[in-house]
Design a protein around this ligand. Structure first.
Ligand code: NAG
Ligand code: NAG
Ligand code: NAG
Length: 304
């Protein structure tokens, strides 16, 4: 299954210098205090009322990051939500339907210039995800966990977990709720794999911003990334600036329909619905964006 797409892809088999555009593999000197001020590679403003370091912690040597980039000194980061995780956007009311903590790719708080650098030509978005055994998700809910979000709120691609929100609510959790789903802009599932415990799940999504295509790569722990889709069209994504947006890795939990809400409000997942207020978390490492000009870094010492 994994081998069938191999011929379409240029692999980097040795330590070539593929241009890294943004490196979110948290350096060992990055601290929780840096998270509070968005110093370093992470913009941390999309969260609830507490400081960023209430929701996210740099894990030092307590939990090893993915072994995929073994020669890179990095530390994993936890991203959690609790009942205080209601984001109030500038110029909008509180997002009471969601519980969310988003980490956004940036350079010392600057993200607009980075977006234009990351989202031109053909670029590859790398990220690794692991369960937090002590703070599990609730798979009856939908979680949007990694995505690029242009201003229209759509997602160029998305990594999703859980049971997709439906109105009316169906039987929960859905059968594949515990699987990752990589979605295209039109929400077609390109790739799905179980979110098993105790291993790092490594993903890379190659985006051709001109041809508007996606290609997905996946592996676990130190195993090198393998193509798991062909290069597929992503035609509903806007081209040019309208299709560019922030690169998020998050815990964004959607609600369940509240039967007590009005019919219109039952579809307003941003502002209405049922949340239990539980504390839940995911672990992230191995985040970076590279140009695909020299191919795709597939791991085990292949990325600079
Ligand atoms: C961490 O160390 C690097 C290299 O010395 C330095 O460039 C960077 O500014 C430091 N980062 C923080 C958050 O202190
Ligand atoms: C998970 O979510 C469902 C649906 O809202 C809810 O019935 C259930 O109590 C939740 N479980 C926990 C442990 O919060
Ligand atoms: C969660 O917060 C909301 C207000 O944002 C409140 O109405 C609700 O009672 C809280 N739930 C828990 C379990 O604390």
């Amino acid at each position: 299954m994994l081998g069938q797409f191999a011929s379409a892809v240029l692999y980097i088999a040795c330590a070539l210098a593929t241009p890294v555009i943004w490196d979110g593999r948290a350096p060992l000197n990055l601290t929780d205090t840096d998270l509070d001020s968005s110093t370093g590679p992470f913009l941390t403003v999309v969260k609830g009322s507490e400081p960023a370091s209430h929701y996210s912690q740099l894990l030092g040597d307590t939990i090893a990051p993915t072994a995929l980039w073994g020669d890179i000194a990095e530390q994993a980061i936890s991203v959690s939500i609790d009942n205080s995780s209601v984001f109030i956007p500038g110029g909008g009311g509180p997002q009471n339907g969601f519980r969310r903590t988003d980490i956004i790719a940036a350079v010392n708080g600057q993200h607009d210039v980075l977006i234009t650098q990351m989202e031109t030509g053909t670029t590859v978005f790398h990220f690794s995800v692991k369960q937090d055994a002590s703070r599990p998700l609730n798979y009856s809910h939908e979680y949007q966990i990694v995505f690029i979000e242009p201003n229209d709120g759509s997602h160029i691609f998305e990594l999703q977990l859980g049971s997709p929100f439906t109105n009316p609510t169906g039987s929960l959790p859905v059968p594949n709720a515990h699987s990752f789903k990589v979605l295209d802009h039109a929400l077609n599932v390109l790739f799905s794999t179980p979110f098993t415990a105790d291993v790092w799940h490594n993903f890379a999504v190659e985006v051709d911003w001109n041809a508007r295509t996606l290609a997905v790569f996946y592996s676990q722990d130190a195993a090198t990334l393998q193509p798991v889709t062909a290069t597929v069209q992503n035609p509903t994504a806007a081209s040019g600036a309208a299709g560019q947006g922030d690169f998020h890795f998050t815990v964004l939990k959607l609600p369940i329909v509240n039967p007590a809400d009005s019919p219109a409000n039952q579809n307003d997942v941003v502002h209405f619905g049922i949340q239990e207020g539980t504390t839940e978390a995911l672990l992230y490492s191995g985040m970076f964006v590279e140009s695909a000009a020299a191919g795709i870094s597939t791991g085990s010492s292949t990325a600079q």
